[in-house]
Design a protein. Structure first.
Length: 233
């Protein structure tokens, strides 16, 4: 799937710069029998090197699924490059960002399909990609995130954020729309790890947006990211 990887990487480089994709070696492979796609960082609780992006495509000829999964995991990879502590993560927040980026990249890939080498094999596939992201976009459920009234509600949601992605679909779509309206601000999302609240033993659950907003890493997208974080006293 070299052509799809090259195409998606090209779109990422336009957004994040070449440096964000070349900081750390990474092996990409597909395992149709795995539980899920994943950025694999450890094995039996030991850090591995190089890290891997494991895809979980049912069939490698399913290009839309490949782009969808790869762009999600590649977003985790890019954000990781800005983490001092590589294990630190605000799961509910980072997953929502990756889901929105995944939709955004599938949309972009559909609109710019002629730039992919595989366009010579299937020239009209761009339409299928646009249809694919629209179907995902239109699959929503009531927001569990906006119903979080306390930090313990948020911790509970965080624990099942990978098994219940649709509970954050309203926020995913909101971020996707924000990416579409301000593509040049997308790059700034990689700085979120610099503003995480918490620590490794107690966990990280919220972002300190006041600090982010007053920093040199601020962009208008930060206001949109702030809007998806539940507000409680
Ligand atoms: Zn993920």
């Amino acid at each position: 799937m070299r052509q799809l990887i090259d195409f998606v990487c090209k779109l990422f480089i336009e957004i994040f710069g070449a440096g964000a994709l070349s900081k750390e070696q990474c092996i990409i492979y597909n395992d149709a029998s795995a539980n899920c796609p994943m950025l694999v960082r450890e094995c039996n609780h030991k850090l591995i090197h190089p890290i891997c992006i494991r895809l979980n495509c049912s069939d490698l000829s399913y290009w839309a699924q490949f782009i969808f999964q790869f762009s999600h995991e590649l977003t985790h990879y890019v954000i990781r490059q800005y983490k001092v502590d590589k294990s630190a993560i605000i799961k509910w927040f980072e997953e929502t960002i990756c889901e929105a980026m995944s939709l955004y990249i599938v949309k972009l890939a559909g609109e710019r399909w002629t730039e992919c080498e595989l366009a010579s094999v299937k020239s009209s596939f761009g339409n299928s990609l646009v249809e694919y992201y629209q179907n995902k976009y239109n699959t929503t459920a009531e927001s569990a995130l906006s119903n979080c009234k306390s930090l313990s509600d948020l911790k509970e949601l965080d624990q099942c954020c990978e098994s219940n992605r649709v509970a954050r679909s309203i926020e995913r779509n909101y971020l996707f729309d924000s990416f579409v309206s301000m593509p040049y601000s997308i790059q700034s999302l990689v700085y979120y790890p610099l503003f995480m609240r918490g620590d490794l033993s107690a966990g990280y659950y919220t972002v300190n947006f006041a600090d982010w907003t007053s920093s040199s890493n601020y962009s208008p997208l930060v206001d949109c990211l702030q809007n998806i974080q539940p507000k409680f006293a």
